[in-house]
Ligand binder design. Structure first.
Ligand code: FES
Length: 289
C-alpha cells in the first residue's frame, strides 16, 4: 500500500464510492467506502483513517455534521470535500473546520488523484502521516538508473524511454524512483507521476510473473467485466494492485485495452482474452498453473 495510508470515502451515491475506490485502489491506496455519515462514524470508531473524502449533501447526516464530529473525535484525520453544488456558507464553514481541499463533482481520475496526493503531502508535512521507508535497491541498480538518465538527459521528450528503461531495470516504478528520474531529467515529480499513471504499461507496484490486466473501460463494464474481476480476485485471493504470495500473479485494472470489439477483455502478459466470463477466468488461470 502507498505509505500505509488508509482512506475512507463517504457518499450516499454508490457510483461515486465505486469510482473513487477504482481510481485510488489502482494507485495502491487502502480505501474503504461508507454510504452515510452514520456508517462513516461506525467505521471510524473501529478503524483509524488518515484521510476522509466526504460528500456534503447526504440524507440523515450531512457532511458538515460529520466533519464537526471528526474535528472533535479524530482531530488528526485529514478531510477533503467531494461534492457537487456547495453553498458559499457550507464551504466557508468547512474551511473554518480545517478541511484540506475540495474536489468538485463530477471529477476526472486525474483531479481526484492530484487532490488526494496533495492532501497526503499536507498530512505528511505536519507529521500526521509517516513516509514509508524507501525500498532498498542494490547500488548497482541505482547506478544503472543514473546511467540511463545521463544517456537521455539532453534529448528533448525523453521521459517515456527513460521510464521504460528504468522499469525494465527495477521491474516497477515506485515513487522514489520516479523522483530520482524527475530530478535527473529536470522535470517536476508531478509530471513524471502523471506519465506513469496515464500509460497502463507503467506500474508503481511490483508485478507477479504473470500480470493480469482487467479492462474496466465502458465497453467492458457494460458487459459485466466486474463479475470476472471478482472471480479473479476470489480465485487468486488478492485484491487489485496486489501480487499472490507465490509471486506468480498480479492483478491490475486499466481503462481501455484497445480491444473494445472483444469486450469484456482481460490481458495476461501479452495474451488477449475476449468475451471473458467468470467461468472462462477459471479456465484461463489453469493455462498458467
Ligand atoms: S473498454 Fe475494454 S477494451 Fe476498450
Amino acid at each position: 500500500m502507498v505509505d500505509d495510508i488508509k482512506i475512507l470515502v463517504v457518499d450516499d451515491e454508490r457510483v461515486v464510492i465505486r469510482s473513487v475506490e477504482m481510481v485510488l485502489k489502482a494507485e495502491g491506496y487502502d480505501i474503504e467506502g461508507a454510504s452515510s455519515g452514520k456508517d462513516a462514524i461506525l467505521k471510524m470508531e473501529q478503524n483509524n483513517y488518515n484521510l476522509v473524502l466526504t460528500d456534503l449533501n447526504m440524507p440523515e447526516m450531512d457532511g458538515i455534521t460529520l466533519i464537526r464530529w471528526l474535528r472533535q473525535q479524530k482531530p488528526e484525520t485529514g478531510i477533503v470535500i467531494l461534492t457537487g453544488y456547495p453553498s458559499q456558507e457550507t464551504i466557508k464553514e468547512a474551511l473554518e473546520l480545517g478541511i484540506i481541499d475540495y474536489v468538485p463533482k463530477p471529477f476526472t481520475p486525474a483531479v481526484l488523484l492530484d487532490v488526494t496526493q496533495r492532501a497526503i503531502e499536507w498530512l505528511r508535512k505536519r507529521g500526521v502521516v509517516e513516509e514509508k521507508p524507501t525500498e532498498e535497491f542494490p547500488p548497482s541498480m541505482l547506478d544503472e538508473i543514473d546511467r540511463v538518465i545521463k544517456q537521455y538527459k539532453e534529448i528533448p521528450g525523453s521521459s517515456i524511454p527513460v521510464l521504460q528503461r528504468c522499469q525494465q531495470i527495477v521491474g516497477y516504478l515506485p515513487p522514489h524512483v520516479q523522483k530520482r528520474i524527475a530530478k535527473g531529467l529536470n522535470l517536476s515529480p508531478a509530471h513524471v507521476h502523471s506519465i506513469v499513471s496515464f500509460y497502463s504499461y507503467f506500474t508503481m507496484k511490483p508485478r507477479g510473473d504473470h500480470n493480469i490486466r482487467v479492462c474496466l473501460g465502458t465497453a467492458c463494464y457494460v458487459k459485466r467485466i466486474e463479475e470476472s474481476l471478482n472471480k479473479l480476485k476470489q480465485e487468486l485471493k488478492i485484491d487489485v494492485g496486489d501480487v499472490t504470495e507465490d509471486k506468480k500473479f498480479s492483478i491490475e485494472v486499466v481503462r481501455c485495452l484497445g480491444a473494445c470489439g472483444l469486450a469484456p477483455v482481460i490481458v495476461v502478459d501479452e495474451e488477449t482474452y475476449g468475451a471473458v466470463t467468470p467461468k472462462k477466468v477459471a479456465e484461463i488461470l489453469e493455462e498458467y498453473a
